[in-house]
Design a protein around this ligand. Structure first.
Ligand SMILES: Cc1ncc(COP(=O)(O)O)c(C=O)c1O
Length: 395
């Protein structure tokens, strides 16, 4: 019976990525040996010095509420990290700490959108953006891109989608799901449009430390003229293998947005977990060498997976320049064994060959599947061997 449910709840799509993880766990609990390429989280243990900081925080009795928007020490640590890495300066008052970057984004959309306000979302996009925008009463305006253009947004197309209701655009570079890093030229082009049409730019930089082949990451607020019209979003989940700690943040010079988002948080979750904040201070201020160790391992895994994908008949992918995903074109498999789209491919791979991956539909492309290489080289080799067999078996 749905009569008790709101329209909001009825229209909501659950996160496709978390749904795949749940299905994978269910099969594993039945004793089935599933190779998981669905994960959106590092498989490394959280570095020991960070775990230790969490323990010490509990021992010190930091088991109570903190200020709603995060402790002053953590805000300072965030400001320190951003300034150290990118020579970008923020004040602690320009930071809000939330329960993960996902929560920061949710707070932002709740704080800035009125019913009917539009947000430009570049496809392929992270599954949660359109849903979060819609939950806030806004309208996600999805702007397609071409694989041959490295999935980069096309300036003319973006400009054509801007209306008087357009309030913001969201950028995610390096991107989940494509692993593409926006070149400077694209960032400048988007900055020009933001300036011209007076738009806010939300820059989700959660994968900023996972960059390969010596490519250089540039935070969006560092583009000249952009600092005051951007909201930088980041967190400790991916960089420090801390997904379960649930700490993310936003940084913006627009203190009214910080206040509105903080007030929203005060009426929903209150502060993020106190010991998790202490652990995050250590992550951001302590030694950074393990970040590079993990990044290098991800790069090796990326190379392995990328080579195996492109030597498989029926599959192709662009080389991911960041994050830990390959967005694999499976359109050549359509028409075989009743396969029509990426959902069928993901189902076939999971049920018949015991490899979990995420279909591309919820990311904005039905011709792709997303494979995560946040798993060991051994599992990548075994999983890709299964996928190669799966492709050969299709008639
Ligand atoms: C693009 C992107 N943004 C934000 C997040 C949220 O990260 P968290 O809430 O763990 O900080 C994720 C996690 O998968 C992501 O892929």
């Amino acid at each position: 019976m749905t009569k008790w449910l709101s329209q909001r709840a009825l229209q909501l799509k659950p996160s496709a990525t978390l749904a795949i993880s749940a299905k994978e766990k269910e099969l594993k609990s039945k004793g089935i040996d599933v190779i998981g390429f669905g994960a959106g989280e590092p498989d490394f243990p959280t570095p020991a010095h960070i775990r230790e900081a969490a323990k010490q925080s509990i021992e010190r009795g930091e088991t109570f509420y903190t200020p709603v928007g995060g402790t002053p020490e953590l805000k300072k640590a965030i400001v320190h990290r951003i300034s150290q890495d990118y020579q970008l300066s923020y004040e602690p008052e320009e930071i809000l700490v939330s329960c993960g970057a996902k929560h920061s984004l949710y707070n932002i959309f709740q704080a800035i959108l009125d019913p009917g306000d539009e947000v430009l979302v570049f496809a392929p996009f992270w599954v949660s953006y359109p849903e979060m925008i819609a939950l806030s009463g806004g309208v996600p305006v999805l702007i397609p891109s071409q694989e041959k253009d490295f999935f980069l947004p096309d300036g003319a197309r973006v400009e054509a989608a801007i209306t008087r209701r357009t309030k913001a655009m969201i950028i995610n570079s390096p991107s989940n799901p494509t692993g593409i890093l926006y070149p400077q030229e694209t960032l400048h082009q988007l900055a020009g449009l933001a300036e011209k049409h007076d738009l806010l730019v939300i820059s989700d930089e959660i994968y900023d430390k996972l960059i390969y082949d010596d490519a250089k990451f540039r935070p969006f607020p560092s583009i000249p003229g952009m600092k005051d019209r951007s909201i930088l979003v980041n967190g400790v989940s991916k960089t420090y293998a801390m997904t379960g700690f649930r700490i993310g943040y936003l940084a913006t010079t627009n203190r009214l947005i910080v206040k509105a988002a903080t007030d929203l948080q005060s009426q929903s979750t209150s502060n993020p977990s106190n010991p998790a904040q202490a652990a995050s201070i250590e992550a951001l201020q302590g030694p950074q060498n393990e970040v590079e160790v993990m990044r290098k391992i991800f790069e090796q895994r990326r190379n392995l997976m990328f080579n195996l994908i492109n030597e498989t008949d029926g599959l192709s992918a662009l080389k991911p320049q960041g994050a830990f995903y390959a967005f694999v074109n499976v359109s050549a498999l359509a028409g075989k064994n009743g396969i029509t789209d990426s959902g069928d491919v993901a189902k076939y791979l999971l049920e018949r060959h015991h490899v979990a991956c995420v279909p591309g539909g919820p990311f904005g492309s039905n011709e792709h599947i997303r494979l995560s290489f946040a798993t060991s080289e051994e599992k990548i080799s075994e999983g890709m061997a299964r996928i190669q067999k799966a492709c050969r078996d299709l008639k």
